[in-house]
Ligand binder design. Structure first.
Ligand SMILES: O=C(CO)[C@H](O)[C@H](O)COP(=O)(O)O
Length: 260
């Protein structure tokens, strides 16, 4: 039940619940990955059950696809949907320009493809994800397994010329094995502490052989819905230049909180 949630989970929940209201009948909607996005999927499932809204969801990972089907959302592929009206996803960090670090959950590649194939991307996040400068959260970079150590060496060399504080890179692990993305790739996490020029970094990283995609989302996100543990939500719209405040009630719906 909602009373058992930590303040961070409450913040994630209220952001997700507010953003779930952006989905309208007939839309094609990108569904993000991660714990905040999982709340969104549950809230959308609730809207399908209670209000009978109908929309098609394009998941950004096998995890999200499973949950979406479980809660009654019609799941289609991006190819079937063609183009999306809206994508709603979490983030690991966002700054004042709504540049993002994503990929903490390992789904950055599908997330970036889906978000950029959408008219609008909305990020849902607890307030702790808001930063002045990106980089405290390790930046995920997806690389193909073939020759990954060579890609890592080239990445580290490229970092020397960039405006960052740290330069350590680590292979993401799953127990004693490398973590595999849904595409069967590896992830290198870049411990940079501070990214002075995220736009330049995003371009340079993707030129390194073996790099498939990086977790910097620049000029992709249109809106962020920031949740707080007390139920407050703030909606920042970068295009309109507006900041709106709202409140979301916690609900005691067993269906929503069943698997938490
Ligand atoms: O990018 C992501 C997954 O690849 C997530 O959106 C990001 O890691 C945030 O996760 P959470 O909502 O669990 O804090």
């Amino acid at each position: 039940m909602s009373g058992d949630l930590s303040p961070i989970d409450k913040a994630k929940f209220v952001a997700a619940r507010r953003a779930a209201e952006f989905v309208e009948d007939g839309m094609r909607v990108g569904l993000g990955t991660g714990s905040t996005a999982a709340w969104l999927v549950r809230c959308l499932g609730e809207r399908v059950r209670e209000e009978g809204i109908r929309f098609r969801g394009v998941p950004t990972s096998t995890r999200t696809a499973e949950l979406a089907r479980e809660v009654g959302i019609e799941v289609v592929s991006l190819e079937e949907a063609g183009w999306l009206d809206l994508t709603i996803d979490g983030a690991d960090e966002f700054d004042g320009e709504l540049s993002l670090i994503k990929g903490g959950g390992g789904a950055l590649l599908q997330e970036k493809i889906v978000a950029t194939a959408s008219d609008q991307m909305v990020v849902i996040a607890d307030a702790a994800k808001s930063v002045e400068t990106l980089g405290a959260f390790p930046l995920p970079v997806e690389v193909i397994p073939f020759g990954w150590t060579a890609s890592q060496a080239l990445l580290e060399e490229a970092l020397v010329s960039m405006d960052v504080l740290g330069r350590q890179t680590t292979l993401r692990m799953n127990g004693d094995q490398p973590y595999h993305t849904d595409e069967g790739n590896y992830i290198l996490d870049l411990h940079l502490s501070r990214i002075g020029n995220p736009r330049q970094m995003a371009l340079i990283l993707n030129q390194i052989p073996g790099v498939v995609e990086n977790g910097l989302f620049i000029d992709i996100c249109d809106k962020v819905v920031i949740g707080y543990g007390d139920g407050k939500v703030e909606v920042r719209d970068i295009n309109a230049g507006t900041v709106d405040e709202d409140r979301v009630d916690f609900v005691e719906d067993d269906n929503l909180f069943r698997d938490v």
